[in-house]
Design a protein around this ligand. Structure first.
Ligand SMILES: [Zn+2]
Length: 221
């Protein structure tokens, strides 16, 4: 797998600092599952952060710091194996032949595949630490496309199989993309294979055209 599109340093720093919500962190960690380049960058950034901390004068922590740290650990995505925790929700969206569930998704549940427009299915991924979050799997048929859209805020996309092009670039398995409200695009899947992506949306997509907007509202994307 040759990966061409990676998250930028700011996102990796935020991930290391626990400053991302669980949904965003989940999409990034799925990228890290596949990308040794970014795992090495993350370790380098963590080492740099540790060295900076060693040079910092010690200061007293307030009484709530330890509790907040535990809450952040609770909020991390992935399987929670501590005793007394409820088991993970079931995974109900079978993946295409040959596509394994990424390691970071194994603690999550999912809804069954639902119709999301011509040639498009989607499944909502259930993240225990962010039950109201908007993490989706999108499954788009070969040669099909999503309606042209922009974003309310930010959209993270991680390609799991297949590929698409959106006029800005081509995205292949392992590639990561962060798009914001300045990006207006129409992802078109290549002709040879369906595309499955993991996506995080911080706000509903803004589709062009009344029909696409109506459909987006109906299916909750
Ligand atoms: Zn990477």
């Amino acid at each position: 797998m040759t990966i061409h599109h990676h998250p930028d340093d700011d996102l990796l720093v935020d991930l290391a600092a626990g400053a991302l919500g669980a949904g965003r962190a989940l999409v990034l960690t799925v990228h890290l599952d596949h990308c040794s380049h970014c795992r090495e960058r993350l370790h380098a950034l963590q080492a740099l952060g540790g060295a900076l901390l060693e040079d910092t004068e010690p200061m007293a922590l307030d009484a709530g710091a330890w509790v907040r740290t535990l809450e952040r650990i609770d909020a991390l995505p992935g399987q929670d194996v501590r005793p007394g925790r409820r088991p993970a929700a079931a995974w109900r969206a079978p993946l295409p032949d040959g596509l394994e569930l990424p390691a970071s998704l194994r603690g999550c549940g999912s809804t069954p595949w639902r119709w999301g427009g011509p040639g498009v299915k989607f499944s909502r991924v259930q993240v225990a630490a962010e039950p109201d979050g908007s993490v989706f799997l999108l499954r788009i048929g070969a040669g099909r496309s999503l309606p042209r859209h922009s974003h309310g805020e930010v959209e993270f996309t991680q390609v799991l199989c297949g590929g698409f092009a959106d006029g800005r670039a081509s995205f292949e398995p392992g590639d990561f993309d962060a798009a914001d409200d300045s990006v207006l695009h129409q992802p078109v899947v290549g002709p040879d294979r369906e595309c499955v992506c993991l996506a995080y949306l911080s706000a509903p997509l803004r589709f062009e055209g009344k029909l696409a907007s109506l459909m987006g509202g109906l299916i909750g994307l």
